[in-house]
Structures are given as C-alpha cells and as structure tokens.
Design a protein around this ligand. Structure first.
Ligand code: PEP
Ligand code: MG
Length: 552
C-alpha cells in the first residue's frame, strides 16, 4: 500500500523506517507535596534551562534554524503562560502537571486560530515535553539513534529536532501531521532534507519497514518491489550527480540564459545561497527582519541590514521587496487592528501607503545602502492590484533614489493588466504563492483547501502567460519568485510562458538548473502549451510530464 503526502523538494531516498518515540506520559494530577513557592521555583528553573538549550541548538545549527528556535525559546518565556502556570501551582498542582495543563491550554488556543498559528502547536508541545523532562530529570525526548542510516517517521517533528538532524544518518523524513508551511517543512526545505509531510497513512509503518520516500511525486512507497527499488536507486544516483554538478549559470539547452536567483529573508543566508550557485537575489523578504519589532525600524538600522546583503552579493543583481505586512506576515508597527479577512485587507503596498513615512524611510535606507555598495539593486512593491498603485510606487521609489523600481504580480488584477502595469514599472516579478491563493480563492495557510493551491492550475498559468507576453512586448524583465520556480518541471513551463529569471530557496537551485538544461526554447514553449491546454492542475502536471518523458 503506498501512502500519499506533500513532498518537500524533489529528492528521493530509500531506507528502513525508525519511528520517533512516543511522547512522555501525561503527568499525574495529584496534590503537590511542596509549597507553591518551591514548585514555582522548580518550574522557572526548568523553563529557563529549556529556553537556553533551544537557543544553543539554534546557534549551533545556524540559518533559518536559529530564527525558528529563537521563536520557540520564546514559548518557554511567555509571561502569559507563566502566569497561567503560577495560578495552577497556586491551586496545589505539581510543577509537572501545571506545565502540562498550561501548555495544553495554549496549544488549544493556537489550534482555534487555525492556519499558520495552528501549525505552531507542535512547537508548543515540544517545549512542554522538554520542560517536563527537565523537571523529571530525564533526557529530552528526541530523534532516535539506531546506529545506522534510517528514514525517520514521526507524528510531527519539533523545530529543535529538525534543525539538528544528523543528515549522515537521517536519509529522509516523513511526518504524519504537519503541512507545507509547518516548521518541519520550512526547515526540511532549507536544509534540503528529502521529506514528505501530511502523510496520514504513514502511521501504520513499523520500525524496520523498507520504504521509498519519493518527495518529487508526493509518494511514500511501502514494501517496494525489486523493480521499484531499482528505479528509485537510479533516480537517487542521478539526483546525487546533479547536485554535485558544476555551478554553471542557469540556461536552457540552447544557451538561452535563465538566471537562477535566491529567495532570502536575511543577509546571514547569503553564504549558503552563493555556495548553492545563486546568481543573485530575486526576492529579499525585508519583513522577515522585523517580524518581532514593536516599532518601525529606523533608517540607520535598515541601512545596516541592506548594506550587509548588498556587500555579500557584490556585483550581482539583488531584488529587494519593501515590507509585505499583513495576513501570513503580520508586523506590529504596520497593523491597523482586527480584520475579518486579512488576506484581503490593508496589506502589502496598501499598508505602506497608509503609513507612507515607513515606506519613505525604507526606500531611503535602500538608496543609501546602494550608494555605498556595488550590487545591482532593484526594489519592488508587494500586492500591487492596480496600475495606479504601480505608478505611485515607481514615482516614489525613483524620487527617493532607487534606480530600478518594479512590482510583484500576486493579485489576478495585476496579471490581467500586466501590459499597463509594466508601462508604469521597470520590471515585474510574479509571486506564485499569493497569485495561486487569489486566483483559486484558497487560503495558502489552510490545509483543508491545499488541493486547490497548485500553481499548475491552468488558470494560474494563463495569468502568468499574460504577464510573460507583456514582458516580451515591452522588453521588460519578468521574474518568478514564488515557490513554483522551485519545482524543476514547472520552472521550465514558467520559462516557456515568458519568465526571464527564476528565484527560489537556494536548496532548489541544483535541481532546477539540471531540469532547464534538458529543454531548448521551443521545447519549453511546447511544454508550457501542453500545461496551459489542460483542464486542471493534475492534468496540466501530467501533460507536462508526458511531454518531457517523450523527449528524453
Ligand atoms: C509569493 O506570494 O509568491 C511570494 C513570493 O511572496 P510571499 O511568499 O512572501 O508572500
Ligand atoms: Mg506574496
């Protein structure tokens, strides 16, 4: 019986299952023999020890893990949680039981919020388990070490475990829960771990079962036949060869250049991106720098951050997006209060316009950093929906010293009027994550509508084709910076639709480079046509695969 799930990246691995141990038993609800003050002191000590350990692991792992584990450490230091815990201890509970109950209540609140917040529930569970283990003087629950390479199967994995996985031992990761935006998925993508999440059917697997983890095809093959094993081994070896191929610039088989750029959230990730062969940055998500800030960052503070980025990419193209606040990326200082539908609210360029001083400061900081560096800085606005917004942004950016100013095409209205949007802008960059969400009216954070969120949907592809055609007609660049560009076959389709650059998580660059080299321009156009002509996402994907297999 094969199991389906959501593959992360396009890797494949073969190995034997080792399951993550079950969680610690629930602490018994019995009256404490100690005074409340003594129980509180025990709890405080354990919480501090866990926060320190999480930070230590974050620093050791670096990259995205450092940020994720810092956020998790804050779950161990949350003052609201602490007062809930104290109240439970005052009512006579042991520290272990009070920790268990307080975190369970917190977890329930996150789950009720749904989406991104609900996917943080695993992080909270993990902190609770670690604190209880600390109180009991037991080792923290964690990844098993059977002494040989294995496929790790877990209900979900805590960020602290994903971040510090021993990649010599863990051949692949399969989680029964989690979604494409869970921290497990984000970190697996970041570290290029072969992974499948939301694989419900994996709960029947037992230690020692042989499996093929085929992330590219969203499939876990259980009890594989010798033929399936042979095919998987050939694909694994071919991929390993691709990953160690020389870091040539992105291009089609006929030499048409398709620069491969990196999506980054901080300058710290620059070294790894360059090592993966990134030819520049196609999307720098500036809001990631300020997610925890209560007040707007100063010009000087921002100039420092942007300067670090531009210096790291000396002589290369760097596309920076101005703050994209709202919905999945809330920023306290650009938040105008509760909205029933934040994805349709005052977000992106709309929020910046409502706080123009923040936009002006950011553009000034970028221009100042640019003046001191030698990179090719382009700046773009998120969530542009009208030609007027594109004109507004271009005018302001140029006024404040930005040489190249463009827009992200993430809203269907901007794609449909791409010719006019491009008249007002120096370039366009398509954000396929939001473009898919808005085209299909399917919240990108909601697991229940995940099946609708495919950028392979021909409606999304037709909108991209509209932008590609406008780019060709005007001679202006059209990049892709959503996750779609990281899908090796879809990347070729996007080039066939008119994309001139592709930007993605650095871990995806090697696979995309190899895929582009299999097709010339005419074949990329034919591949795009095959996908565009299909009725749905699955059919478009199948049509593109069939065409690609035909020219192998
Ligand atoms: C997108 O929407 O595709 C995009 C690249 O931006 P983000 O994922 O940051 O919203
Ligand atoms: Mg977006």
């Amino acid at each position: 019986m094969n199991v389906s799930g959501t593959g992360i990246g396009s890797g494949i691995a073969i190995g034997r299952v080792v399951r993550m141990p079950e969680p610690l038993p629930e602490p018994v609800d019995r009256p404490s023999a100690l005074s409340p003050a003594a129980e509180k002191a025990r709890a405080a000590e354990a919480l501090a020890a866990v926060a320190a350990e999480l930070r230590r692991r974050g620093e050791q792992a670096g990259g995205a893990a450092a940020e994720v584990l810092e956020a998790q450490a804050m779950f161990a230091e949350d003052p609201m949680l602490e007062s809930d815990l104290d109240a439970r201890v005052d009512a006579g509970k042991t520290a272990e039981r009070a920790v268990h109950e307080a975190y369970a209540a917190y977890r329930a609140q996150l789950l009720a919020l749904g989406g991104y917040m609900a996917e943080r529930a695993t992080d909270v569970d993990d902190v609770s388990q670690r604190v209880i283990a600390e109180l009991l003087g037991q080792p923290a629950p964690g990844v098993p070490d059977p002494g040989h390479p294995f496929v790790l199967v877990a209900r979900d994995l805590a960020p602290a475990d994903t971040a510090t996985l021993d990649l010599e031992q863990v051949l692949a990761l399969v989680t029964i829960g989690g979604g494409p935006t869970s921290h497990t998925a984000i970190l697996a993508r970041d570290k290029a771990i072969v992974a499948i999440v939301a694989a419900d059917g994996a709960s029947v697997l037992r230690d020692g079962d042989e499996v093929i983890v085929d992330a590219e095809n969203d499939l876990l093959v259980t009890d594989p036949t010798p033929e399936e094993l042979e095919d998987a081994e050939a694909r694994r070896a071919a991929r390993a060869a691709r990953l160690s191929a020389p870091l040539t610039p992105g291009a089609l088989a006929d030499g048409t250049p398709v620069p491969l750029l990196a999506n980054l959230g901080s300058a710290d990730a620059a070294v790894a991106a360059l090592a993966a062969g990134a030819e520049g940055v196609g999307l720098f998500r500036t809001e990631f720098l300020f997610l925890d800030a209560a007040t707007a960052p100063t010009v000087a503070e921002q100039q420092l951050e942007y300067g670090r980025l531009l210096q790291a990419f000396d002589g290369k193209k760097v596309v920076v997006r101005v703050l994209d606040a709202g919905a999945d990326k809330p920023l306290a200082f650009l938040d105008d209060g509760h909205e029933d539908n934040p994805a349709l609210g005052l977000r992106g360029i709309r929020a910046l316009r409502a706080h123009e001083e923040i936009l002006r400061d950011q553009l000034s900081a970028l221009a100042a950093a640019d003046a001191e560096a030698n990179a090719d800085l382009w700046v773009m606005a998120p969530m542009v929906a009208t030609v007027e917004e594109a004109e507004y942004f271009s005018a302001l950016a140029h006024e404040l010293g930005i040489r190249v100013a463009g827009v992200m095409v993430e809203v269907p209205s901007a794609a449909l009027l791409a010719d006019r949007i491009l008249r007002a802008s120096d370039f366009a960059s398509i954000g396929t994550n939001d473009l898919t969400q808005y085209t299909l009216a399917a919240d990108r954070l909601l697991g229940t509508v995940a099946a609708l969120q495919s950028p392979w949907n021909p409606a999304v592809l037709r909108l991209i084709a509209e932008v590609g055609a406008a780019g060709r007609a005007s001679g202006k660049p059209v990049g892709i910076c959503g996750e779609a560009a990281a899908d090796p076959l879809l990347a070729v389709v996007l080039v066939g639709l008119g994309a001139t650059t592709l930007s993605m998580s650095p871990a995806a660059i090697a696979d995309v480079r190899a895929s582009l080299l299999r097709f010339d321009s005419a074949q990329a156009a034919a591949l795009a046509e095959a996908a565009l002509s299909a009725d749905g996402a699955a059919e478009a994907h199948a049509a593109a695969r069939a065409y690609a297999d035909g020219i192998r």
